[in-house]
Design a protein around this ligand. Structure first.
Ligand code: GDP
Length: 483
């Protein structure tokens, strides 16, 4: 299909101004075309350069993806046990780690890394994360074929001998410019998991990226949104500036490009939206996440939500008189509050408050919570489908209040293009957070484990001091995010 001459303005709109490729069958993935109808238009204009790069990437992926001659040739190289120079196609294989929010953030980061380093992104989708997302690249697949020669995912961890950092440390490879690509092992493993809450050194430095670029095959495992680390590298600066003139739009655009819930998940989303949210005059999303490593009593969290709401005027205040006594209007404003949480208690208590009391403004509050799964079950596909559906439902709200540190919350407000209010985590030895919440200065997710190395000086440095558009996060004081 010739995209430029045949697309109508309506289709252009559905394709989000050219963010999405027109070469897909609409019925196979309804969310691709319908999801944006539930949201306000994106606040961030798309750079025509990003659109162009995405179309070029799609062509590259189709040329080199699974079931192509070039892919088979690359697999042959991988099986041969050593790297070779000047292969036409290079690959980065993404391995999953942690919950769905973490996975989506790392997939988006890995895709950006693939764009910057000219690699084809393949994903190892374990059973529980299959059938969540439609294929994002037309005429090909991003799924790693089942006969991929490296199967044992348990081998990939921080101490794996194939990891780049360990290979350097053990002098299996060295990162000087004159090392020949032919002399390197068949693939490199890049471990970017939080380790004592800091990303490995020797990865986001120029010398290291030059060495990594020599490998045709890279396996990458991460639980972190490592995009801010890419923005710290001078060699990517110009390209990133052209791709994302507005820095805080990175996840917003990449997320809306990559992630399209499959039809069964879209069924959950659209049924719920149409039944409960579509007719509300205003929608507020409230994501409540209690982390096992930072437990909080129900009452403390509930009080924090109310304190935040009072300060920021989020939930309607309770009134003293019934509004119908003074009002002649017969149109009542409906404010929908969409709660997502593993537990039902917050919903029950907030709903009861508005059941027995009027609001000061006369508006009525409709309280909803799609599910309460009680426990995280990342290993279960239907549990993940609900999690994905709820991230999307949150992203259709006019405003979002999220819990500190939650990648689930980051995905929701990032897709929406909203700056959320963040319910802060109480400090060490503190019972209550003060202030209860703050407004995020950016739409971007936070990288919880910043790289600490000043590459040139070879010493630790506060990465938030290096470039003006990377700063510390409101919820994770040592974390980094783009502004
Ligand atoms: P994070 O742990 O908050 O950073 O987010 P993740 O998405 O990585 O992991 C949390 C996982 O717990 C989710 O993916 C879900 O499986 C589950 N979960 C947490 N909160 C909710 C919720 O509000 N709704 C649903 N359906 N699942 C949730």
């Amino acid at each position: 299909i010739n995209t430029s001459s045949t697309t109508s303005p309506i289709l252009e709109d559905k394709l989000l101004d050219g963010l999405l490729s027109p070469v897909f069958d609409e019925l196979s993935c309804m969310s691709r075309y319908r999801s944006s109808l539930y949201r306000k238009p994106s606040p961030f204009p798309l750079s025509p350069y990003l659109t162009k790069r995405l179309r070029t990437y799609e062509a590259y992926h189709k040329r080199c993806g699974p079931n192509t001659r070039r892919y088979r040739r690359a697999i042959k190289q991988l099986k041969s046990g050593r790297n070779i120079r000047e292969m036409e196609c290079k690959y980065v294989v993404w391995y999953p780690c942690n919950g769905l929010g973490n996975r989506m953030l790392t997939l988006a980061s890995t895709f950006l890394y693939a764009l910057l380093t000219n690699r084809v992104l393949l994903t190892y989708m374990t059973k529980e994360s299959q059938n969540l997302f439609c294929e994002p690249f037309p005429g090909s697949s991003w799924l790693l074929p089942s006969d991929f020669p490296i199967q044992d995912t348990y081998n990939f961890h921080k101490d794996a001998p194939q990891s780049y950092v360990n290979m350097l440390r053990n002098k299996v490879i060295d990162n000087s410019v004159n090392v020949s690509a032919d002399s390197l092992p068949a693939y490199i493993y890049l471990h970017l998991e939080q380790f004592r809450l800091r990303l490995e050194n020797n990865i986001f430095c120029e010398d290291d990226q030059l060495t990594l670029a020599k490998f045709n095959w890279m396996i990458l495992k991460s639980d972190s949104y490592f995009v801010p680390a890419l923005f710290l590298m001078p060699s990517y600066e110009e390209e990133l500036r052209r791709l994302f003139p507005v820095k805080e739009s990175v996840f917003h655009h990449l997320g809306r490009y990559l992630f399209h819930p499959t039809n069964p998940v879209w069924g959950i989303i659209s049924r719920y939206y149409e039944a409960y949210l579509a007719k509300a005059d205003e929608k507020l999303g409230l994501q409540i996440r209690i982390f096992p490593e930072a437990p909080m009593s129900f009452e403390d969290m509930y009080d924090q939500i109310l304190a935040c709401s009072r300060k920021e005027k989020l939930l309607p205040e309770i009134g003293t008189t019934e509004p119908f006594i003074n009002s002649t209007s017969n149109k009542t404003k409906v404010k929908a509050i969409l709660i997502t949480s593993l537990y039902p208690g917050y919903y029950e208590k907030l709903k009861s408050m508005y059941y027995v009391n009027p609001t000061a403004t006369g508006e009525v509050v409709a309280m909803y919570q799609p599910s309460h799964e009680e426990l995280q079950h990342t290993e279960a596909q239907n549990h993940n489908q609900k999690a994905l559906a709820e991230m999307y439902l949150l992203s259709y709200c006019d405003n979002v209040v999220m819990s500190a540190w939650s990648t689930f919350g980051y995905v929701a407000h990032g897709l929406a293009g909203l700056k959320p209010w963040i319910l802060l985590r109480p400090g060490w030895m503190q019972k209550k957070a003060d202030p209860a919440c703050v407004r995020s200065m950016s739409v971007e997710p936070c990288l919880h484990s910043p790289p600490n190395l000043d590459c040139k000086a070879k010493k630790d440095v506060d990465a938030a001091t290096l470039v003006p558009y990377v700063r510390h996060c409101e919820d994770v004081s040592f974390g980094l995010k783009l502004f």
